[in-house]
Design a protein around this ligand. Structure first.
Ligand code: EPZ
Length: 419
């Protein structure tokens, strides 16, 4: 097992360049199944989740190779549309293959993607909408067999602006008969990136980023494409929160301020100085952070659930009381127990965390239990007095590309070690 050893108390200074967005590249990689051609995905981050997606694509028959910063996928020959339980369980985002494989092959067998550490994460919104588009879905033992000779365009309304369901249905609709409208669609920037990739391949889609997306089904095969993935706004938010926690002055050279509006206003409310340029964001940390009062996670453009745990760390160090309500996932306060071992004062009641800020956290041996909760523990270690050991950093490797290298570049004392 690998772990991080962090010597706290070092402020962060310098310039940081974001990697390509994990939550954009995963659906885009799945969408390469639609084209039957060669897709060159530039700015593809090197994560265990992207490696897992490469394995899934190879399992269906695609050839996938890395060329430096790019992933090159050729999907002209598909051998299988069976998504094995082991691969499905290796990564929840395997559910993104359902839409494109159904559109391309007419049949998909997938095991229940199962929940994960942060929640049950059902896929009922995906399945109900695909049935509305004419798919026949039957349960066979622990697998789901989905069939559709040809999907029909439909007027869909999501019960909740689910990111994954919006993306899956957008992909499924590309070759459907006629038009598909997705109402109450999720508005995340990663969905705009997926739309833009598919338009580069020749698909006819518009409206991503608004609550309503229109896809005009096409008979024309999609063509070769080269596409550069958007910068990772969640990585950017994590780095800004790291500087707020540890102190210092950090410039993120390729951040899109518009993607982080809710976080930036919270950081200003907490006393940090934020400079927004068209393609960069700079944060000067407050000498002493102020508590943010009441905060709740919301679908985009609200405060993102993926930054809730790193924000919990920062509020543990802020002067005063902060209430954080998690409205997206049912089990996303796992970092709190570990932060309390470092001296944080956090009380969890259901979907609410009550945080009473303290002057200082103390280094301790803690354990990552999910991706963003693990990042929150690293931020706490950067700010704490003394040494912190973060175990189980495989969770962090799922979503941050060489996290310790990037933080060391900003002046942090952090090293990756084998247990
Ligand atoms: C995506 O997950 C992201 N993952 C998550 O990031 C992110 O936290 C989440 O969107 C919300 O922004 C990727 O993009 C790969 P949802 P997704 O469908 O699509 C419920 C990270 O840390 N729901 O918007 O799974 C669901 O249980 C990860 O990078 C249903 O009930 O999220 C949840 O409570 C974590 N039925 C809520 O909706 C469904 O059919 C939002 O889920 C689908 C979802």
């Amino acid at each position: 097992m690998e772990l991080y050893r962090i010597k706290g108390g070092k402020r962060l200074f310098g310039t940081y360049k974001l990697s390509g967005a994990k939550n954009a590249v995963l659906p885009i990689l799945a969408a390469t199944l639609l084209s039957g051609a060669e897709s060159r995905i530039v700015n593809c981050p090197d994560l265990s989740d992207t490696e897992a997606m490469f394995r899934l694509l190879r399992q269906t028959g695609c050839s996938v190779r890395r060329e430096g910063e790019a992933a090159v996928v050729n999907s002209n020959i598909l051998r299988s549309s069976e998504l094995s339980a082991s691969l499905m369980n290796s990564m929840r985002s395997s559910v993104f293959l359902l839409g494109p494989l159904l559109a391309r092959c007419g049949q998909v067998t997938l095991s229940d993607p199962g929940g994960c550490n942060i929640g049950v994460r059902p896929i009922d919104f995906h399945l109900n909408a695909l049935k509305q588009m004419g798919a026949e879905i039957v349960k066979k033992e622990s697998a789901l067999v989905c069939r559709a000779q040809k999907l029909r365009g439909a007027d869909l309304r999501l019960p909740f602006p689910s990111v994954g369901a919006t993306e899956n249905l957008l992909m499924a609709a590309v070759f459907a008969e006629g038009e598909t409208r997705i109402r109450n669609a999720a508005r995340e920037p990663e969905i705009v990136d997926l739309q833009n990739f598919l338009k580069t391949c020749g698909a006819e889609i518009r409206g991503a980023g608004s609550g309503e997306i229109l896809v005009r089904g096409t008979e024309t095969p999609l063509q070769d494409a080269e596409y550069s993935v958007m910068p990772d706004r969640i990585e950017g938010g994590t780095i800004l929160l790291a500087a707020a926690a540890a102190g210092g002055d950090v410039l993120i050279e390729n951040a899109v301020p518009g993607h982080l509006m809710s976080l930036l206003s919270l950081l200003e409310r907490s006393g940090c100085e934020i400079q927004r340029e068209s393609g960069s964001v700079r944060l000067k940390a407050a000498e002493r952070l102020r508590a943010a009062g009441y905060v709740e996670t919301r679908p985009y453009p609200g405060f993102p659930t993926d930054l809730q745990s790193p924000f919990l760390t920062v509020m543990s160090l802020a002067d005063g009381q902060t209430e954080i309500r998690e409205t997206i996932f049912e089990n996303r306060f796992k970092a709190a127990e570990q932060l309390k071992r470092m001296g944080a004062r956090i009380e969890i009641k259901g979907q609410r965390a009550s945080v009473t800020g303290v002057e200082k956290l103390s280094g301790a041996r803690v354990r990552a239990q999910d991706l963003r909760g693990g990042a929150a523990l690293v931020l706490a270690g950067l700010a704490a007095e003394g040494e912190t050991i973060v175990e189980n950093i495989c969770h962090i490797d799922r979503g941050y590309d060489k996290f310790e290298v990037a933080l060391s570049h900003l002046g942090a004392e952090i090293e990756r070690m084998k247990e």
